[in-house]
Design a protein around this ligand. Sequence first.
Ligand SMILES: [Fe+2]
Ligand SMILES: [Fe+2]
Length: 347
Amino acid sequence: MNRLSNAQLAAVEAFRKHGGVRAAAEALGMDRRGLQRLLRRAEVVQPGCTSVGSARSDDSPPHEPIDRPVEEVLAERVARITRRSEESIETPVVGCPSGPFVVWHCTDEHLDDNGSRIDALADDMGAARRLSASRLCGGDILNNWPLGGRLAGKWAEQEATLPEGLALAKWSLNHYPPDVYAFGNHEKMNAYLKEWLLEVMPRRTVVGWWSVRFVYRPAQGRSFVVTLAHDFSQGKSWFHPLHGHIREDLESGSSDIYLAGHLHCEGSMAFTNAKTGRRPLFCRSRGYKQFDGFATQIGKGGNAGGGHSTWLVLDPREDCDERAMFAFADWRGAEAMLNGLVNLQAV
Ligand SMILES: [Fe+2]
Ligand SMILES: [Fe+2]
C-alpha cells in the first residue's frame, strides 16, 4: 500500500481523533481548506483512510458534546443553505460567439476502462480544437469503481490503476477544458473524486451534480438555454432513448436543448411541444466505452458503429429554432454545417 506523507498522516490522525474537519483543523492550528486538501490527497494515496467508518472505528462515543452553542451551528447552516438556494435559482451564463458555433457533448469517457475508445476521444478533441467548440462534459469520466463492496471486483477487469485513471482524467480536462461539467453516477462511486475533479478543473467551468441548466449568451443575437444531464431520470423507455428528455420538457418546458448520456446509445430529435409552442432539441450521446458487455446490454446493442458524441451547431443570428439548432453524431457533419452557415453569412 502507498505511504502517506507525514503531513497527510497527521491530518488523517487528527480527523479520526476529532471526528470532523473543523475540530481537527482547530486542533492542528491550520485552516479548514488546507486540512481538506491534505485529506483529499491522503484519500488518493490510501483510499478509505478518511472514510466516516474509519473515523468512528475506535472506541470514541458516537455522540460527543459540541464545543459551541447549538444556535451558532444553526446560524451557520441557515447561512449556507440560503446561499445555496440563491445559487440554485440563478442560471449560469456561458459566453459564446454572436455567429454560428459548435458544441461538443462529450460524455461517458470512462477513460480507465479497457473498452473505451481513447483514440476516438483524441480525434474528437483535435476536431473540437479546430472548430473552437464549446465542450460540455456529461459525467462518468472514469469508471472510478468503489474500493469495497460488490463492484470493487471490477478493478480486476481493467488494466489502468487508480493513479493512471486520475492522470488520464487530468489530461482530458486540461487538454481541452470543458465549459460545463455534470457529474454522473461513476463520479459518485468514491467520494474523493468529486473534490479532486474540482481541483483540476478550471475555475471558470460550471459544475453540477447530475444535471446543470445554463445559458449560452452571445453579445448579440438569441440565447440558448441548455439542460445538460447525465440522464433524465424521470421517464424511461426500452423503446425510446429520448423518452426522459420528452418528459423533462413536458414538465419543465424551459430549455432549448436537452443533453444526456449514461445509457450508451445515441439519438437526437427535435420535438414541438404543443403546450408551449417551442421546438427544443433532444440528444443522447453514446460515450466512448464501446467494447464492454454492460454498455452493450444497457445500450441495447451499443457496441455497433456510430458516433461517440453529439455535435451541435448553434446560430444565435436565427430566432427560428429550426434554423438555429442542428445536431450531428460526428464532428464532420458539424464542420460542414458550420462552414455552410459561415459562407452563407459572407454572401
Ligand atoms: Fe457511463
Ligand atoms: Fe452513467
